[in-house]
Ligand binder design. Structure first.
Ligand code: F3S
Length: 390
């Protein structure tokens, strides 16, 4: 790779252990993928934050990097394994909480903003069109590339941390305009009404095209929350990190051949496959983390009702604080539902606590089944609240 003088100095150890180690990671990655150079990044988002995923080996790596590593760009974190303030009420045990806190403290020592969320674009980590970034949460990567038009590969936790500590990432994959061009057109011949429909569409397209870049047309309108749900689903079921959607995404591209058509029936089949009627003991909302608008909708449905099932609503802490200021949080909490900040029901250690989870997230369905072995029910928000309160 063609490194600048500054980058060669960083690689030689001039700036200490963590920068040298980071440069070694980035150069090795760049050489594997044929990058010609490194590019500067505007921001970083690091996944691999839950102690449930990291374990002691991951914690040791972070502590080692935190000895002298300090981030050079704005950096936020993916959800941790618990609400950092209110972990007890979510049933998290003390030993886990201690280790999770050590993980967060290591990131803090490195200067990372320890807002733990998969929707960094709701809390100030919002790159602009054409900016290079280094993000790692799959749904956020897809959102950054597709909806915001920023440029990022799907980084692992260590390579994202290396980018944060050096301000650089190797230029290959989605950092190159040639790799961002669509190779298949998807024609959607179905009316989509809510985030459950968009999640199902992501499931259908993701399974059909895998990680190919698609140009999608036929969707009349899509809200931010619907696009967020779609990004999470297509990234989960297809490994997709970038798509273009007529009318919703900013990059100007041409519709290529071949064209695949998606029918309403396929979407209905995907919804049915993700889970219908069942005895639910856990209701999970907020995958990806809820927007303030979603919290408002939830509060309107929960007002004056009490939940009878354990109900978690996952959210970024700044969004929760905004909900508190506007009175929305009070209504949600009065119902007995828990607004879980900093975490989510996929990365929290809840395996064995529940048997059947109801959700409106296609991504949560996938991980509830594969990671936690829960049965699933996949329904829109109104029905979820009926289940939670019945
Ligand atoms: Fe976010 Fe957890 Fe879902 S990280 S996208 S809420 S699995």
């Amino acid at each position: 790779m063609d490194l600048t003088h500054e980058e060669r100095e960083m690689l030689s150890g001039r700036d200490g252990y963590a920068v040298r180690k980071s440069m070694e990671i980035l150069v090795a990655l760049g050489e594997i993928y044929g990058a010609k150079r490194l590019v500067e990044v505007a921001s970083v988002q690091i996944a691999g934050v839950s102690y449930d995923n990291l374990g002691d080996a991951g914690l040791a790596f972070l502590n080692e990097m935190a000895r002298d590593g300090r981030v050079r760009v704005f950096t936020t974190l993916n959800p941790a394994g618990m609400d950092l303030l209110d972990w007890k009420s979510l049933g998290i045990d003390e030993a886990f909480a201690r280790k999770q806190t050590m993980v967060i403290e290591a990131f803090e020592r490195m200067g990372v903003r320890t807002t733990c969320t998969c929707t960094p674009y709701f809390v100030g980590n919002e790159p602009r069109l054409g900016e290079h970034v280094s993000w790692s949460e799959s749904s956020a990567v897809c959102y950054a590339n597709s909806i915001l038009g920023a440029k990022t590969n799907r980084e692992g936790g260590p390579s994202a941390l290396a980018a944060a500590l050096t301000g650089r990432t190797p230029e290959y994959g989605y950092h190159l305009d040639a790799e961002r061009q669509p190779v298949v057109t998807i024609e959607v011949n179905a009316a989509l009404h809510d985030i459950v429909d968009f999640g199902a569409l992501g499931n259908v397209i993701g399974k059909k095209i895998g990680n190919k870049v698609a140009f999608i047309r036929g969707i009349e309108r899509a809200t931010t929350d619907e696009l967020k749900s779609f990004c999470a689903s297509i990234a989960t079921y297809g490994g997709t990190a970038l798509f273009h959607m007529e009318g919703s995404t900013p990059e100007q591209v041409r519709a290529p051949e071949p064209t695949l058509r998606i029918s309403g029936q396929e979407i209905e089949e995907a919804k049915a496959e993700m889970g219908g009627e069942a005895e639910v003991d856990f209701v999970a909302i907020g995958c990806p983390h809820c927007s303030l608008k979603e919290l408002q909708d939830i509060a309107a449905l929960l007002k004056g009702r009490k939940v009878t099932k354990e109900t978690w609503i996952a959210v970024a802490r700044p969004v929760k604080e905004e909900a508190r200021r506007s009175g929305v949080l009070e209504i949600i909490e009065a119902s007995g539902a828990r607004c879980a900040a900093d975490t989510c029901f996929v990365v929290a250690p809840i395996r064995g606590r529940f048997t059947c989870m109801a959700t409106n997230s296609a991504k949560a369905v996938f991980y509830a089944r594969s990671k936690n072995q829960f049965k699933t029910v996949y329904v829109p928000l109104e029905q979820l609240i009926d289940i939670a309160t019945s």
